[in-house]
Design a protein around this ligand. Structure first.
Ligand code: AMP
Length: 286
């Protein structure tokens, strides 16, 4: 397998010097923001960027402002050397790995308001999370000024927030949404999966299994309340789970639905703890 070179930047000024040369050569810039502990899901975003942009930049930064739970931040997996090797193999051109001080020389107290969108689902269960995401992504967008930025559909609500953010800030950046990559048993790939012990990993596979039941149940004519009750009762049978939410929403607005007739297109979204690890997933239903 060919191993390419990846340029590593830790300072904003040095990254911007490099980016200025790229722009002077009229090359397009693709940007993939991540929190590291990279897996094939992340690499699929890099691959997509490489197809449509001349130069691909990945950032690795475990952003403290988006963690509402200190323990979650402390135990978040960090594998910088492995990440660099994966990025080299993927042919990523540059990686930006700033320190917290580089990103936040002074405390950033910006408050974003995305209305309804940041108060439901993830926003409701992780207060302040999307404000932290919006702060760091707006800083990254301002530093990198990419032509296109690549995000995973696994974080569906996050994608909607990012799209709202680019609109709010009048940024001329195309947001590209990439499909969720899954393990063989269907579990959505996530850096947090490495924190599951063998027993938890075994039980986690019930998440995609249940999500895959939603569409057939809908097609059988089951109503949303009944589907929800089914999911909750299946989870309760297993134990070692704590459901944060299971919701069926309008794909356009993310408004939670009581009936399928309330929207044209539907998405099922779930967040639950397996042991101490919080996992999320979603599935488009139509
Ligand atoms: P994270 O490092 O978890 O913040 O994720 C960085 C980016 O990778 C986000 O846009 C995620 O939505 C995306 N991502 C995470 N997991 C997957 C996956 N399994 N498939 C595709 N994209 C993913």
């Amino acid at each position: 397998m060919p191993v390419y070179k990846v340029l590593i930047f830790t300072k904003i000024s040095e990254l911007q010097e490099f980016l200025a040369q790229i722009r002077a050569n009229k090359k397009s810039i693709g940007f993939v923001p991540t929190m590291g502990a990279l897996h094939p899901g992340h690499i699929s975003l890099i691959n997509t960027s490489k197809i449509v942009c001349n130069v691909t930049i990945c950032s690795i930064f475990v952003n403290p402002t988006q963690f509402n739970d200190k323990n979650d931040l402390e135990r978040y997996p960090k594998t910088p050397q492995i990440d660099i090797d994966l990025l080299k193999n993927a042919g990523c051109d540059a990686v930006f790995m700033p320190s917290a001080e580089e990103m936040y020389p002074v405390k950033d107290e910006t408050l974003f308001d995305f209305g309804y969108l940041d108060k439901i689902l993830e926003g409701k269960h992780r207060p302040g999370h999307f404000n932290g995401v919006a702060i760091v992504v707006s800083k990254f967008f301002n530093i990198v000024k990419p032509d296109q930025a690549f995000f995973g559909g696994k974080d569906y609500q996050q994608v909607m927030i990012i799209k709202a953010l680019t609109k709010k800030l009048d940024l001329n950046i195309k947001i590209v949404v990439c499909p969720t990559l899954r393990e063989k048993d269907g579990l959505a790939m996530s850096s947090r999966n490495t924190l599951l012990n063998a027993k938890e990993r075994e039980v986690a596979k019930i998440i995609p299994k249940l999500m895959n039941q939603v569409l057939p149940l809908k097609e059988k004519g089951m109503q949303i309340e009944e589907i929800k009750a089914h999911i909750v009762s299946e989870l309760n049978k297993r134990g070692n789970y704590e459901l944060d939410y299971f919701a069926i929403c309008d794909t356009e607005t993310l408004k939670e639905l009581n009936s399928f007739s309330e929207a044209k297109h539907h998405i099922a979204l779930i967040a639950c703890y397996v042991g101490k690890i919080r996992l999320i997933d979603n599935l488009l239903l139509s």
